[in-house]
Design a protein around this ligand. Structure first.
Ligand code: FE2
Length: 268
């Protein structure tokens, strides 16, 4: 069987295979991973690729299958020694890690948006969406990983496309942002479990990119590309990350199709 290869990049030109993790049974579908100051946090799921058939398949989704015999595995790869610790946990799937950090207890704290199975893929298929079905989103789940993985799920609404203040990656943090399932942008307070939202009826936001204004966690704005279905136009919205109120709206000359990910570039 093959391996998952981790690439370390000093620049776009300067890159090396930093680590190779064997894939024991099959290749899991991997969408993202996270890091702490000590570990790469790499999670494999029971959702696996049928590698041999994908080469000849016109569509991606039929080549993904759920393996009831494979657990979810949280791999903690030490960033210096490259020693791997594997902790198995209940079957889940996740597109997006939110954040991870080393806890004072020596355990790794890992936040992800999770799904109990592969139904999320079925919901995202064109045939499902064309029948008017909506994507029901994922669940915010916090793992504390020691010898075993313990998790809890704060009572947040379902969410996707998580974002945080970039200076708080690898660190304890309090606020996460994302797309809600009511065509809204949400702010999740991980301490109080309070939820705030930005929403305009008949408007459809995409991933809220957090643009930091200072090192303070709440000091920033969310930028999102929004489709205004009443006017059939696209605009950029800038939302205050503390109040979740719109600060500015800029209509664009063209309609932009829905996108997945973006990032903020201060200088071009
Ligand atoms: Fe993604």
């Amino acid at each position: 069987m093959g391996s998952y290869d981790f690439i370390r990049m000093a620049s776009y030109e300067d890159r090396e295979v930093f680590f190779q993790l064997p894939a024991p049974e099959s290749f899991s579908y991997i969408h993202s991973f996270s890091m702490t100051r000590t570990y790469l946090v790499f999670v494999t799921y029971p959702l696996s690729w049928n590698v041999s058939s994908i080469l000849f398949s016109p569509a991606i989704l039929p080549n993904l299958y759920w393996r009831n015999d494979v657990p979810t595995r949280i791999h903690l790869v030490h960033r210096v020694t490259k020693k791997v610790r594997v902790v198995e946990t209940n079957p889940i799937f996740s597109f997006h890690h939110v954040n991870a950090y080393d806890g004072e207890d020596g355990k790794v704290h890992l936040d992800m948006i999770v799904y109990p199975n592969k139904t999320c893929f079925d919901e995202l298929s064109l045939s499902s969406l064309r029948h008017g079905n909506v994507f029901s989103g994922g669940t915010f789940r916090r793992y504390v990983v020691g010898d075993k993985a313990v998790w809890n799920e704060p009572a947040f609404p379902r969410v996707e496309m998580p974002q945080i203040h970039p200076a708080f990656r690898y660190r304890p943090y309090r606020y996460a942002y994302g797309m809600g399932v009511n065509n809204n942008l949400v702010r999740l307070d991980l301490d109080t479990h309070a939820v705030m939202e930005w929403r305009e009826p008949h408007h459809f936001p995409t991933e809220p990119v957090f643009v930091a204004l200072s090192e303070k966690e709440t000091d920033g704005v969310l930028v999102s590309v929004v489709y205004d279905s009443l006017q059939n136009q696209t605009y950029l919205v800038v939302v205050n990350a503390t109040t979740m109120k719109s600060m500015a709206i800029m209509y664009l000359a063209v309609v932009i199709p829905f996108t997945c990910h973006g990032f903020f570039q201060e200088k071009i």
